[in-house]
Design a protein around this ligand. Structure first.
Ligand SMILES: [Fe+2]
Length: 589
């Protein structure tokens, strides 16, 4: 029965809040009466925190990991109650764990009531875990739904103050984690400039490839007190991005994987198994580590679709280097032919069909896509997109070249000041800079939806045709953005809110933007990119989404540092964007 359930059946069951009854069968261990002496003598600790996830109206995943003093199968009890003293238990049970699943424990606690706060804990060999708080999904018509959206936690880059700040929000219904929950690199690699000083060098010390490596890395991340704190307070709904496997992962490879590093397939399987062991995510079926796309409904207010744009079916990213002929000439025609190829995909046929089927039967006031990469079109002048010219230089040379064109054409409106300015700066327009300025506008990031533009058009058309209120959330870039999403007829059909990273370096690092130039650079981005309405190019943070019948609000929160565990919220960088139902578009306060 469990193995024969179809995806469509699962969708329907889950939408009704009945899915847990199906998938929990394989997850819940049975009580055993034959605990051996080994277990009795095996003292254990809960070093890696507790967590809950994938809430439904009547079920929720509970997670922990034990650290035993000796190997062997161990029975762990769990309890879920409506009071913190655990006098009013709602469900309880025993499950077993062992080295085969890295001593992680995952149970699907069923029999719960909608929109209810619960307390849970684990007990093993006389040791009791800390107590976690969690919450089931609402049914009916909730007044509001509030979600936190986070992504990109790089342990060696700094303290997880952003997890701590998110944990101070006491009215969250759930946390959406959009991936890069871990990073795969070894010591001294990406994001490690301050790791030694901060005593946050990665474990294991080298890049991770094997199941053992990935497990060790997850264990280190789960030793972090701020990560543990947020997990203990709010249920997570997670998807992976690329760094849970390797940088720029696609279905059959990754930018950060080469043949000398062994089989990519083996690496991917190890990475995904460790993810399912260490995250409170509900599998389609026990042992299925391949599929993470799934749906959650918050009453009739929000239908949330968590997507896998990364591992399941993504075609390989295009590379600008393949479209240069050895000089500065860019083969725009071939590039566009490849970019707009009709079947080019990130989701794959099956997942896209699942999304279409789901949207057609769901009537939530808001339709929310929780996914990894930016959907908004981020076309920049080619020189900037290719990182051949800084935004500051472009901001000067772009207008200067236009002025040169007007003067050359004999424009009678040229003022004396313009003539003087041109003559003083004309030598900056070198042959090379003029060549760069002549480049067409190009997508800034081919790893994002911009590299899969035809499939993006299909999704925007899907929601527009269905007259649904579309909201997209994204991570991946490490910086915060807000976009108005337009279809091929230039009609705004949805909005996108992208979160800053928890600790991973962003554009300020990649482009070496000085503190003095940050705000002007953000202004340049917003002025150059048509659909982009907000940008934060520097700060680490997260966002909250608050949905009501009338509107959705995105509020971005930032911390002042990740280089000390002492931090403050950057209140002068707080930003709120609003979009109203049935009239998509962004206003700010
Ligand atoms: Fe990231």
């Amino acid at each position: 029965m469990k193995g024969s359930i179809s995806r469509r059946d699962f969708l329907i069951l889950t939408a009704k809040g009945a899915g847990a009854a199906v998938v929990s069968y394989g997850l819940m261990g049975c009580a055993t009466d034959d605990d051996d002496d080994n277990q009795t003598n095996n003292s254990i600790r809960f070093n890696h925190g507790i967590a809950s996830g994938d809430p439904l109206m009547d079920a929720i995943i509970l997670w922990t990991r034990i650290t035993p003093s000796s190997d062997g199968e161990i029975t762990v009890s769990w309890e879920i109650a409506i009071d913190q003293a655990f006098t009013q238990l709602v469900n309880t049970g025993n499950t077993t764990t062992s080295a085969a699943r890295d001593y992680t424990i995952k149970v699907d606690a069923i029999g719960l009531s909608a929109s209810t706060t619960y307390y849970y804990r684990f007990i093993c060999n006389g040791t009791t875990s800390s107590i976690g708080t969690t919450k089931t999904l609402p049914d009916g018509s909730p007044d509001s739904v509030k979600l936190a959206v986070l992504s990109c936690a790089n342990y060696p880059a700094g303290f997880f103050n952003v997890y701590n700040l998110a944990a101070q929000q006491d009215d969250l219904d759930a946390v959406l984690h959009l991936g890069d929950y871990i990073y795969e690199y070894g010591r001294g690699e990406y994001g490690s400039d301050n790791a030694e000083t901060l005593d946050r060098q990665v474990l294991p010390a080298t890049e991770i490839f094997s199941l053992s490596d990935y497990r060790t890395r997850y264990a280190q991340y789960h030793s972090d007190p701020d990560l543990q704190l947020l997990h203990s307070k709010v249920p997570f709904i997670t998807v992976w991005d690329d760094h849970e496997v390797a940088d720029d992962t696609w279905s059959d490879g990754a930018g950060n994987h080469n043949e000398g590093e062994g089989s990519f397939e083996d690496r991917k399987l190890a990475a995904l198994q460790a993810y399912f062991e260490w995250l409170p995510i509900r599998p389609w079926s026990e042992g299925n580590y391949a599929e993470i796309y799934r749906q959650f409904s918050f009453g009739d207010l929000v239908d949330l679709y968590m997507l896998d744009t990364r591992v399941l079916a993504r075609e390989k990213q295009l590379d600008y280097a393949d479209y240069f002929d050895g000089s500065v000439l860019f083969d725009e025609a071939t590039f566009n032919q490849d970019l707009y190829e009709t079947e080019r995909t990130m989701l794959g046929t099956e997942q896209l069909q699942w999304l279409k089927d789901s949207v057609s039967v769901n009537n939530g006031r808001w339709q929310l896509l929780g996914q990894q990469v930016l959907m908004g079109e981020m076309k920049l002048p080619g020189a900037v997109a290719l990182n051949a010219m800084s935004t500051t230089d472009y901001a000067e040379l772009g207008p200067l070249s236009l002025l040169a064109g007007r003067i050359k054409a004999g424009d009678p409106t040229i003022t004396a000041d313009e003539q003087t300015y041109y003559e003083a700066n004309a030598d900056k327009l070198t042959a090379d800079s003029l060549s760069l300025l002549s480049f067409p506008e190009l997508p800034y990031n081919l790893d994002a939806w911009d590299g899969y533009a035809t499939e993006r058009d299909k999704i925007l058309a899907l929601f527009n045709d269905a007259s649904k209120n579309l909201v997209v959330v994204a991570g991946d870039t490490h910086n915060a953005w807000a976009n108005e999403l337009s279809n091929s007829d230039d009609k705004i059909v949805g909005v996108e809110f992208a979160t800053a990273s928890i600790s991973s370096p962003g554009l300020e690092y990649y482009l070496s933007i000085s503190d003095d130039a940050i705000e002007s650079t953000e202004d340049v981005f917003v002025s150059l990119i048509e659909g982009l309405k907000y940008s934060n190019a520097k700060d680490r943070g997260f966002l909250t989404l608050t949905f009501t019948q009338e509107k959705v609000e995105s509020q971005w929160h930032y911390v002042d540092t990740i280089l000390s565990s002492e931090y403050a919220e950057l209140t002068d960088r707080l930003k709120v964007a609003t979009s109203h139902a049935d009239e998509p578009g962004l206003t700010f306060s």
